[in-house]
Write a protein that binds this ligand. Structure first.
Ligand code: SAH
Ligand code: SF4
Ligand code: F3S
Length: 443
């Protein structure tokens, strides 16, 4: 028994969907009468919204729990109540309770029950809910209130692809799409609450479909007509779900930004087969050709895994040559991490850590080179920048170009403004832009 928490702090790890979930949990607890604390150190309740994708991510949960308790002890405070949410909660719920004695464990499909679970825990009842109920939470969350100029909106969850290395189909469950009207309503609420850009989220967002046979492009075309919504993005897509209609939308829908995150993971067909990716290197490259044909300036992004079990040096070289061929504007790359319960973890031919380190370094050198080249190629372009926050230097604002590059605006401008700029400097990670005229800066 302890008194119910009055203040809370949510800390999210992992992907953008976890960030979205974290925001929704915070809204839920605020609606339940709790107040947001400035940081984890001063909160009565800390929600750790966790990620299970790689071993490192999972271990963070336990080190964070230890640190929160130790700091409270050193400062003579009562330890906060700890709720573990997110994908580690789903995958290892019982283990977390046994190993770290946390008060609440709640999975990604059950967090609408968080206030009740917290109340149960405060009353002395252990609280664990890892029900994978489809879409149950969305109907039970409070309305969106105040959001940043660039907001996330989950439209699809779960994954049926079962790539052999990946835990997501187990932690998020089967693919399921939210209904058309619920999504449009939430998008309108986000725009009313201040969003100018919405990124539609899903583990396989381009698999979004509804009972009436509509696909993601239909959703995008309706969102395009919402007054005040200037930019639409979506992530993450699977190459096999890039429907013709979605490709066409990239050439036709003005608010759909010229950026596509389309993970390929590896460049050798044998590795892609062992990963159960269901596409070949060539199939992926031809798909990019079709997208570039309708939207020549599209910026491409990807995810890569190095050191998948059995990956030879020659196969890794295929990944490097694919990167050379595509010329990504940005990308994420990871060392393969064996995950319990996934088929790839059972393959005997695991790659030595020093080989993975070396491959990751070489891959990242190529990806950084291409990112810098893409940024340099943007010099002299005129484009809009959505102002998202203040920069580190006085009088400087930070925002994003249509191609998702970070742009420093060398002038004051209101947060949420879309400013037309000329791009005048390009570094490896960001660009600098100047407004084309003083009038361009008005919100
Ligand atoms: N649904 C998305 C993203 C899934 S997770 C997609 O299929 O693209 C994000 C990225 O993490 C993956 O694209 C992959 O590159 C990486 N990843 C997933 N499992 C991994 C593992 N076991 N080890 C290393 N990286 C992994
Ligand atoms: Fe994981 Fe593959 Fe599904 Fe992406 S498509 S979430 S990598 S199983
Ligand atoms: Fe991590 Fe779960 Fe997202 S495992 S990457 S938080 S779907």
């Amino acid at each position: 028994m302890s008194s119910p928490p009055k203040t809370f702090h949510v800390k999210s790890f992992g992907c953008q969907m976890n960030v979205y979930d974290g925001e929704r949990m915070a809204e839920l607890m605020a609606a339940d009468g709790m107040t947001a604390a400035a940081d984890a150190g001063s909160a009565d309740l800390v929600v750790l919204n966790t990620c299970h994708i790689r071993e490192r991510a999972t271990e963070k949960v336990y080190s964070d729990i230890g640190r929160l308790r130790k700091n409270a002890r050193l400062e003579g405070r009562t330890a906060p109540m700890i709720a573990v949410a997110g994908c580690v909660a789903q995958a290892e719920g019982e283990e977390i309770v046994a190993r770290a004695k946390v008060d609440v464990v709640v999975g990604p499909q059950a967090y609408h029950n968080l206030p009740r679970l917290v109340a149960d825990a405060a009353a002395g009842t252990p609280a664990l809910d890892t029900d994978l109920a489809r879409l149950a939470k969305f109907g039970r969350l409070p309305a969106r209130r105040s959001v940043a100029p660039s907001a996330f909106l989950t439209v699809q969850e779960g994954c049926d692809k079962f790539c052999t290395y990946c835990v997501v189909p187990y932690t998020r469950g089967a693919e399921v799409s939210r209904g058309f009207d619920a999504i449009i309503d939430e998008a309108r609420a986000l725009v009313d609450a201040g969003a100018r850009e919405i990124t539609l989220l899903g583990q396989n967002v381009n698999a979004w479909a509804d009972a009436d046979g509509r696909g993601l492009h239909d959703l995008i075309r309706v969102l395009d007509r919402i007054p005040g919504l200037s930019r639409i993005r979506y992530t993450t897509s699977h190459p096999n779900d890039m429907a013709e209609g979605l490709i066409r939308a990239h050439g036709e829908v003005e608010s759909l930004m010229p950026f596509l995150h389309l993970p390929v993971q590896a460049g050798a067909d044998r590795v892609l087969r062992a990963m159960n990716r269901h596409h070949t290197r060539d199939g992926y490259l031809r798909l990019l050709d079709r997208i570039r044909a309708v939207r020549p300036d599209i910026a491409l992004s990807g995810d890569f895994i190095v050191g998948f079990p059995g990956e030879t040096e020659a196969e890794f070289a295929d990944t490097l040559s694919l990167v050379d061929e595509v010329g990504y504007a940005q990308a994420f790359s990871f060392k393969y991490s064996p995950r319990p319960g996934t088929p790839a973890a059972e393959i005997s031919d695991q790659i030595a850590p020093e080989v993975m380190d070396d491959r990751l370094q070489r891959l990242q050198a190529s990806l950084n080179r291409d990112q810098h080249a893409f940024n340099r190629a943007s010099l002299g372009r005129r484009c809009t920048v959505l102002v998202e926050r203040r920069g580190k230097l006085a009088g400087q604002m930070l925002g994003k170009s249509p191609w998702l590059q970070s742009v420093h605006l060398l002038t004051e401008a209101p947060i949420g403004a879309l400013v037309e700029v000329d791009l005048i400097q390009a570094g490896p990670n960001s660009l600098a832009g100047v407004p084309v005229s003083p009038a361009a800066v008005a919100a």
